[in-house]
Design a protein around this ligand. Structure first.
Ligand SMILES: C[S@@+](CC[C@H](N)C(=O)[O-])C[C@H]1O[C@@H](n2cnc3c(N)ncnc32)[C@H](O)[C@@H]1O
Length: 254
């Protein structure tokens, strides 16, 4: 992003009032969740319930193997624009693990469909008061052009409606702003021995052992997302790069 664009966004952010999501606020979190269906119902139950904390250590180990959390996350966060006092949205903010790696001057907002995760983020980062929305990526509770940038790390592969989520991220980001989406490669679980020998049920056993619940595993096995094809059909403005030693992808529009 150019210097003039930076100073424009800085003055824009300074000139506007603190942004609020539309919905009713309860304990510092705006409620705009709507009806959860399909993959979003299964995903929200997983991230809200006991399975996610059980699986969490494996995610941390994956990041450690990528050279540590900071190194792994910075491969994605480096695509966000440089500048002070930007207003930025994280879609699927989870426990807020990206926040320590972002400039303190930014006004960060977060959306997640798992309320437990939002409550945890809020406990860890009280500055998020009023800036968190319990909502689905496919239905973001913000006006058009509210943010200088929007990003999503993890979770995208199993969004209920990938194309609608991208439309929403583009809608709430100002024209010329930046959108970043990253996740593990969609074929990672198909490298399991069970898939390789044509008996996926074997992989379901060790995925259960890692902490995933049955319904979530079934959804993972059934979801077919081809990132190249998705970009060609739905998001031609995005550039795709490999991250995490080829085990992840990062889509960037700027
Ligand atoms: C793997 S976690 C990543 C959390 C965080 N972004 C990070 O980098 O540590 C994925 C998060 O996205 C949320 N999520 C997944 N699909 C979503 C959707 N369709 N709408 C809103 N949140 C979603 C989950 O609840 C979860 O908190």
């Amino acid at each position: 992003m150019s210097d003039s664009a930076n100073s424009m966004t800085t003055s824009m952010a300074q000139a506007t009032m603190e942004l609020r999501a539309s919905g009713i606020e309860r304990d510092g979190i705006v409620d705009a969740i709507g009806v959860l269906e399909g993959r979003n119902r299964i995903g929200a139950a997983f991230y809200d319930g006991p399975s996610w904390p059980k699986f969490r250590p494996w995610e941390r180990m994956f990041l450690a193997l990528q050279g540590g959390e900071q190194r792994a996350r910075s491969q994605i966060l480096k695509h966000l624009p440089a500048g002070n006092q930007l207003r930025v949205l994280e879609v699927g903010i989870g426990d807020g693990d990206n926040l320590p790696f972002l400039p303190a001057s930014w006004e960060i907002h977060g959306v997640d469909f798992a309320r437990t995760r939002l409550e945890n983020s809020f406990r860890r980062f009280p500055s998020l008061n009023g800036r968190l929305a319990w909502a689905q990526a496919e239905e973001l509770p913000y006006e058009d052009g509210s943010f200088d940038a929007a990003y999503c790390i993890g979770g995208f592969n199993f969004f209920g409606d990938h194309a609608q989520a991208i439309r929403e991220m583009r809608r709430v980001t100002r024209p010329g702003g930046t959108i970043v989406v990253a996740d593990e490669v969609t074929w990672l679980h198909r490298c399991g021995l069970g898939h390789l020998i044509g008996i996926p049920a074997i992989d379901a056993v060790w995925l259960r052992w890692l902490g995933l619940d049955r319904e979530f595993i079934k959804m993972v096995f059934e979801t077919r997302l081809n990132i190249k094809q998705f970009v060609a059909e739905n998001w031609r403005e995005a550039k795709c790069t490999r991250i995490w030693g080829g085990l992840g992808y990062c889509l960037v529009e700027s």
